[in-house]
Design a protein around this ligand. Structure first.
Ligand code: S3P
Length: 167
């Protein structure tokens, strides 16, 4: 039988997909995997290096392949990079899966990641860029999600529990 993820986590960078994903996997007794790590391992470069060297479109192409491969070969918790849902093919791949959208509001996002210049999409004006990112992406997260779990003011443990309850 083909392996299928128990749950796929989507949501903006910094929302806690990897922390919550690991907790969720532990509680479910399954493995954890994330496509950013898969891409870095396959390329032997960091995501930031790929953005700088090859540009965002090249990264998105790698990401689409990584999502396709992970969806077809993993039976635990799978976290996607924050922008994976931008690609229509990637969104189509998510159909039929349990997809939990971890959400947060813009101010929470600025607080959590605002000074993290290692994230290539937020290096210039974090608040403005966050607002634009959320406006462009919120409806796409909602489109693929089978459940939405707000994270504002919650600990990763509380978010993991809410995600479990939503499965
Ligand atoms: C991105 C999110 C990052 C990573 C890349 C682009 C985005 O993943 O894939 O920097 O476009 O939102 P995380 O959400 O895991 O930080």
């Amino acid at each position: 039988m083909t392996a299928v993820p128990v749950v796929v986590l989507v949501g903006p960078m910094g929302v806690g997909k990897s922390t919550v994903g690991r907790l969720l996997a532990e509680r479910l007794g399954v493995g954890y995997r994330d496509t950013d790590a898969d891409i870095e391992a396959a390329e032997d470069r960091t995501i930031a290096e790929i953005f700088v060297d090859d540009g965002e479109p090249a990264f998105r192409a790698l990401e689409k392949d990584a999502v396709r491969t992970a969806l077809a070969g993993h039976d635990g918790v799978l976290a996607l990079g924050g922008g994976a849902i931008l690609d229509p093919d990637t969104r189509a791949l998510l159909a039929g899966h349990r997809v939990v959208y971890l959400s947060m509001d813009v101010e929470e996002a600025v607080r959590r990641t605002g000074l993290n210049v290692a994230r290539p999409l937020l290096a210039v004006n974090p608040r403005k860029q966050w607002r634009e990112l959320m406006e462009a992406r919120r409806h796409l997260y909602e489109e693929v999600a089978t459940a939405v779990v707000p994270t504002d003011g919650r600990t990763p443990e509380e978010v993991a529990q809410a995600a479990l309850d939503a499965l």
